[in-house]
Design a protein around this ligand. Structure first.
Ligand code: MG
Length: 75
């Protein structure tokens, strides 16, 4: 699993690039499909590590809620 992690992360990047192209073309349906691909690949990678992705998202959203807006960054 660890050996493939770099490849899986690269594939997540590739799905985001496909989403960007769909957006550039104004193809809303394909944009949604590519974003779904991103989430599927992220969930697959996390599953391989036994990560409870839902719990991680909830915990991170709570952490974000407690941080100041933009926390010192410009955007
Ligand atoms: Mg795709």
């Amino acid at each position: 699993m660890l050996r493939k992690t770099g490849t899986l992360i690269a594939l997540i990047h590739s799905e985001l690039s496909e989403a960007l192209e769909a957006h550039r073309e104004g193809d809303v349906e394909n944009f949604a499909e590519e974003m779904a691909d991103v989430v599927i690949r992220v969930a697959d990678l996390c599953g391989g590590y036994g990560i409870d992705l839902e719990a991680a998202i909830v915990a991170k959203m709570e952490r974000n809620r407690q941080r100041p807006r933009l926390h010192g960054k410009r955007y």
